[in-house]
Design a protein around this ligand. Structure first.
Ligand code: ADE
Length: 242
């Protein structure tokens, strides 16, 4: 997976991606990061990329030309258009990001993220290059960098070989519309609280039952909206009914 990010703050993208699991994945060559500064494609003395909005109003708008030149430069190097590479514009007006969307995007060879700032980007260049409009939730950030990072982090851990254990990406929260069961580590007793005895039993069948039951109970308590969608047995439906 190769991520291309068109941004005014490439160092924000690089600094966040080059640590922890994504950092390790970059070093191991499982994912690649190509953060490109849109300002490098300004063609004026002060490297300006924004201007006043036609029609007036508050704030500034990012100009079409530098964004387009930036895209063309990436396309020239990686032949994105020919490969029909998806170009994602981060915007509160987009479809809401989800684990399902992440799973679908994780199959792509390249992904381009376009991060806006100020009051937005000239509509004409969006029409020209953007294939997907994506929001990370119903709130407004100052720019698209954090949303792009949220998406890249989520997608990265679904790329084979990025997590040390491929099973963990599949058995956790949301992959089956259930939240993850609670986790414990040593010591066996802390602050007067004991680890649930079943976790010390070594009985795999009992463990699997306990994990599933805890996931169902937890989802019903914390995310009643999700439990509606989950595929529960008759016994489990009884368990969460009150
Ligand atoms: N840019 C500003 N707010 C955003 C959001 N909620 N999602 C994606 N991009 C954004």
């Amino acid at each position: 997976m190769r991520f291309h990010v068109m941004t005014l703050f490439p160092e924000m993208i690089e600094n966040a991606m080059e640590v922890s699991i994504t950092g390790r994945a970059i070093k191991a060559g499982r994912i690649a990061l190509n953060a490109v500064n849109i300002r490098d494609y300004a063609q004026n003395k002060h490297n300006r990329v924004d201007d006043y909005p036609y029609g007036g109003g508050a704030g500034m708008v990012m100009q079409a030309a530098p964004v387009y030149r930036c895209y063309q430069a990436i396309d020239q190097e990686y032949v994105l258009k020919e490969k029909k590479t998806r170009v994602i514009y981060l915007s509160p007006q987009g479809e809401t990001f989800s684990q399902k969307m992440a799973q679908e995007l994780a199959n792509e060879e390249d992904l381009v993220f376009l991060c806006g700032h100020y009051e937005g980007i000239d509509e004409r260049v969006l029409e020209e290059i953007v294939t997907d409009y994506v929001s990370i939730g119903d709130y407004v950030l100052t720019g698209g960098e954090l949303p792009a990072l949220v998406m890249m982090d989520t997608i990265s851990r679904l790329v084979p070989g990025v997590l040390n254990n491929d099973i963990s990406a599949q058995t956790e929260s949301f992959s089956d519309d259930l939240l993850e069961y609670p986790q414990y580590t040593r010591p066996e007793e802390w602050n007067g609280k004991k680890v649930p005895p079943v976790l010390l039993s070594g009985n795999h069948k009992l463990l699997a039952q306990w994990y599933r039951e805890q996931s169902v109970i937890r989802t019903a308590q914390r995310r009643p909206d999700l439990i509606q969608k989950a595929d529960l047995t008759a016994k489990e439906q009884e368990l969460v009914k009150e």
